[in-house]
Design a protein around this ligand. Sequence first.
Ligand code: ASP
Length: 439
Amino acid sequence: MIKVCKFGGTSMADGINMRRVADIVNSDPERRYIVVSAPGKRYGGDGKVTDLLYEVWEEVQRTGAVGGAYRKVAARFTAAVRELGLSLPVERLLEETAREIEKEKSADFTASRGEYLAGKVMAACLDVPFIDARDVMKFAPDGRLDSDRTYALVGEALSGKRRAVVAGFYGETPDGKVKTFSRGGSDISGAIVARAAGAGVYENWTDVSGFLACDPRIVASPAGIRSLSYRELRELSYMGANVLHSEAIFPVREANIPILIKNTFRPEDEGTEILPVSKYRYGDRVVTGIAGKKNFTVIHLEKSLMNAEIGFAHRVLTALLKHNISFEHLPSGIDTMSVVIDSEYLSHGVLEELCEDIRAAVHPDRMRVFDDIALLAVVGHGMSKSVGTSARLFDAIARAGVNVRMIDQGSSGLNIIVGVENENYERTVRAVYEEFFGR
Ligand code: ASP
């Protein structure tokens, strides 16, 4: 079996951690293709190389040349190479990179150099070939990944190589410019390599031992999630952002490649596996996890005979489109419909304009706006199979004295979304966790 391993920023933070990475890779001959992030924080309060590189880009825009921020980046890499005792000519590499940054004059190019340099160092440390993501990860003219071309090029680059290191986070546009994925995007690069390599597993090595059943800032030491399905992970995506980029599952899911989240600093921990539904056994577990987020706005519309009015929802959604707003949920009743929107979209008078447009488009009998709403997603395949889950859920929320503002049972049948006031969010999460996970 081929294992593709992606190592995140903390795992790559300095020479000592990179040594750990090399030990993990070398301990298993199936770990063949390695994707790396740029060095992250070494300790609380430390900077991430990618953030420093965005500062470098500001310097270059201001003065035309790299300056103090680049020296900090350079110091991180020279120290790592020294700690690892490598003969890599790192000074020369850093010098060339500085000149390229000044020549290319692009934010994305500058930011991508963290992964580029980290990849070079890791390849030297493992003594395996380095693959520049620019040569193999290709974007289409619309800015999306050209997946067919990319899988073919990555496959070609890997073929015949027993092992290789690929730089994460970036690729190249059709006009030959470096473009990065969104922040945290090395997870996506790792998934692409796993897919292209026909991997049996995509190991994502980070600094936690997998997903937890809820936010540890709200419930102290929540239970870990040993395994979950791709679909559950999508429904829980509010909580996963810091563990796994939400777009990283798409390339591997198409090919049913499991993802295994592992902790570089506790490799003996089992971690979390993310599986296709067909391979996933949830046993008698009812709820797999609870995730949520504050600050949504609900626009609630009422109109008699809404159900018989052709094009009602279409007209509401057209108003959203006009303002370039995506909606989060759309619960509806026979004469009612609510549009749940991330409040971030609605500042600076956008909400007022949007409401005006909706009013003009559908003439509702009544329209109400609630803001400061938090959404809580309670997720698990087991929920649809066990009698009384929603009774338990709403009973627990009622016992906590929280008023439910909105309910939406996702059409997938594996989640229930509950809207509560922002100020009640933490209390609700604790009550629901206690109900399904407390003993
Ligand atoms: N280094 C990039 C970031 O900090 C990408 C990554 O680490 O996945 O966002």
